[in-house]
Design a protein around this ligand. Structure first.
Ligand code: DX5
Ligand code: ZN
Length: 226
């Protein structure tokens, strides 16, 4: 996975048809997705429950780009090997998920994946100040995690601060929550390069009408200035 800071659109399959994940993943990739964002929720760290390593492993053969696995679970460490075995390319843990995020990021890289660290809206950028040589991605939540289709919370100040802190390091800044044609330009201008979008990509489309996914992805990319 070579590092570059070009804008990447990562549709979140949380907004896909849960009865048809394989076809949905193939459809968004054929329609221009750069990465595939997979939201793992445990009903504990967040008030919702989605899927675990077995489902993620079943998604893997359908993903030809980058499988970007966002863990909204606590604890994280007992599951790292299972997600490596499931084929995650990027595994992201929340800094709020436990007291040992430094060890968690080391373990994620140690298991052969790219390590991501996520920040809830209430957590300041400085929470990752000592983690930027261990992380390959910082995910800035622009909603309180747990659901798709929520209203965007402006975190552009935090994104700019992170952009400064990261400097020349090969670390992606990912934005997650409420990304659409209105908010994409704001976060791209602030320095983000990975834009997660669930409802804004899947809205109005289906595996029978994938061209709608394509139009939505292109519209977000254009709004981000690409
Ligand atoms: C929320 C998830 C997001 C969500 C984004 O907790 O982490 O990835 O699916 O969905 P939208 O783009 O609809 O806000
Ligand atoms: Zn997510």
């Amino acid at each position: 996975m070579p590092f570059d800071r070009s804008i990447k659109i990562a549709p979140s399959i949380l907004s896909a048809d849960f009865a048809n994940f394989g076809a949905e993943i193939r459809a968004i990739e054929a329609e221009g997705a750069d990465w595939v964002h997979v939201d793992v929720m445990d009903g504990h760290f967040v008030p919702n429950l989605t899927f675990g390593p077995m489902a993620v492993k079943a998604f893997r053969p359908h993903v030809t780009t980058v499988m970007d696995v966002h863990l909204m679970i606590a604890p994280v460490d007992p599951y790292i090997d299972a997600y490596a075995e499931a084929g995650a390319d990027v595994l992201t843990a929340h800094v709020e998920a436990g007291p040992h995020i430094h060890r968690t990021l080391q373990a994620i890289r140690g298991a052969g994946m790219k390590a991501g660290v996520a920040l809830n809206p209430g957590t300041p950028a400085d929470a990752v100040a000592h983690l930027l040589d261990l992380a390959d991605l910082v995910c800035v939540m622009t909603v309180n995690p747990g659901f798709g289709g929520q209203k965007f919370i402006d975190m552009t100040g935090k994104v700019r601060r992170l952009r400064e802190m990261i400097g020349d390091r090969p670390v992606h800044i990912e934005i997650d929550g409420g990304v659409d044609v209105t908010t994409a330009p704001l976060v791209a201008a602030a320095g983000a390069d990975v834009l997660v979008a669930g409802s804004a990509v899947f809205r109005g489309g289906s595996v029978e009408r994938p061209e709608v996914y394509g139009a939505n992805i292109r519209a977000i990319r254009a709004a981000a200035g690409v």
